[in-house]
Design a protein around this ligand. Structure first.
Ligand SMILES: Cc1cc2nc3c(=O)[nH]c(=O)nc-3n(C[C@H](O)[C@H](O)[C@H](O)COP(=O)(O)OP(=O)(O)OC[C@H]3O[C@@H](n4cnc5c(N)ncnc54)[C@H](O)[C@@H]3O)c2cc1C
Length: 415
């Protein structure tokens, strides 16, 4: 096993991890590990290695001066005592010893089960976007974008720019909630301008609120997606399409923090004003502490990097900005909360845990996630409940079970 030792270890090379690395590297030896081949996280993870955002370029250039040790393609899957993490790399395992740890592991999309959600060409919005960034040709393909949250607009905009025919954006939240959210945007002029520009680029594409997909259907001759059924105002209609991009806002990646024993509150990693977790030498920044967009991740990363490297006064100077973007996050989560009708989309034979093929009717027999895991293997597959866990929490109200190592699948020879 390879071993390295560092003052500050940052897990996650997205907006939060990168800004933490830039600040901390002024005072300490910093190592950043990320499981992707390129830095940038979900939003900036390079289009085939070429980062286009000027903000991301700036951050990555600051890091490039050699002060931060970057380790890509390394997935942290466990710990080895209180000051060491274990990552799987292409060269086998790597032990990462640290004085301070900053967890900046981001978020993932939330999926909810409905008939047909496991069909080929039914993908998460961010998932389809990532495939197109990776080379999938979407030119001329008919796409329905559905679910909830601002990511739907970003995905539709991206696919539209890449030549897709976006037929519909189906947003489950109500028009009233969305209006309230839009009215509150005056406090965030940059967001308002961004939203207006997005809407202008998407002009002509129907954006329907109170609207959701109830099923995805195949043609009789093949198992490929042919159409989706869309519900709105008591009426269900069929929309023929090649792809359905469907995601229900985001779920924080808190597994590493949970594994280490950090306090979790309401599904997020609890931190103090310095982004310090309940563990002595562990900080957390970005989406694991709350879903509030890229600005929030950048500022929280800065604070964690400064605080973790012994610069509390500089960290303090960012508190007001952080509190402002957090308020935006709170408004976001209120506006895009899930409506209860979505709990009833799955039918008896709808698969809920797609790793282990566990159907809805099997799960309705159990009272909590542990029983469902022990009896039906729900959440026991390779995603370790990352997909079905948030779904069963929403549908059945089951609290997530405890997190155990490895938090990601690891090759047997590396275990
Ligand atoms: C699929 C998806 C698509 C998105 N697309 C957009 C978009 O187009 N526009 C937009 O404004 N916002 C988008 N967002 C929201 C965006 O991610 C946030 O606004 C912001 O980028 C979050 O930054 P972050 O640093 O907190 O997390 P992230 O950017 O998610 O960075 C976290 C990084 O940590 C890595 N990681 C996690 N766990 C481990 C581990 N155990 N070991 C090693 N590495 C690990 C992840 O792979 C990731 O690279 C998207 C979110 C998702 C989930």
């Amino acid at each position: 096993m390879n071993r390295i030792s560092t003052d500050i270890l940052i897990v996650g090379g997205g907006a939060a991890g990168l800004s933490a690395a830039v600040e901390a590297s002024a005072k300490a030896k910093v190592t950043n590990v990320d499981d992707n081949p390129n830095l940038g996280g979900q939003i900036w993870r390079a289009e085939l290695g070429k980062v286009k955002s000027s903000e991301a370029k700036h951050l990555i250039e600051q890091i490039d001066v050699g002060k931060v040790q970057i380790i890509n393609n390394a997935q942290v899957f466990g710990s080895n005592g209180v000051d060491k993490l274990l990552a799987e790399t292409t060269d086998g395992n790597l032990e990462l010893r640290f004085e301070k740890l900053i967890i900046a592991t981001g978020a993932r999309e939330r999926f909810l089960p409905f008939p047909g959600w496991t069909l080929p060409n039914v993908l998460g919005g961010g998932g389809l976007q990532a495939l197109v960034k990776g080379g999938l040709n979407i030119d001329g393909k008919r796409v329905v974008v559905a679910g909830t949250g601002p990511l739907l607009l970003a995905v539709a905009d991206y696919l539209n720019a890449k030549g897709a025919e976006v037929l519909l954006i189906a947003e489950q939240t109500s028009a009233a909630k969305l209006r309230r959210f839009a009215r509150g945007l005056w406090r965030q002029p940059a967001k308002m301008i961004e939203a207006a520009a997005l809407r202008a680029r998407l002009v002509g594409i129907p954006y329907k609120t109170d609207c959701w997909v109830t099923s995805a259907d195949v043609s009789s001759s093949s198992r490929v997606l042919r159409s989706v059924s869309v519900f709105r105002n008591g009426i269900t209609r069929t929309v023929e399409c090649d792809y359905l991009a469907c995601g229900f806002h985001l779920v924080p990646n808190i597994e590493l923090a949970s594994l280490l024993g950090a306090r979790i509150e309401n599904g997020f990693v609890a931190v103090d004003e310095f982004q310090h977790t309940s563990l002595e030498n562990v900080y957390c920044a970005g989406e694991p502490t709350g879903i509030a967009g890229v600005e929030s991740s950048l500022i929280e990363g800065k604070i964690a990097g400064l605080a973790g490297s012994g610069q509390p006064d500089s960290a303090r100077s960012h508190f007001a900005a952080r509190d402002k973007v957090r308020r935006f996050g709170e408004a976001l989560n209120k506006a895009f909360g899930l409506r209860s009708e979505l709990k009833t989309l799955a039918e008896a034979d709808t698969i809920v845990c797609r790793c282990e093929d566990v159907k809805y009717k099997q799960l309705s027999e159990y009272g909590n996630s542990r029983e469902a895991k022990l009896q039906a293997r729900c959440g026991m597959g390779s995603c370790q409940g990352r997909v079905c866990g948030p779904a069963t929490e929403f549908i059945f109200g089951w609290k997530p079970g405890s997190v155990r190592p490895p938090i990601f699948p690891v090759k047997l020879k590396n275990l």
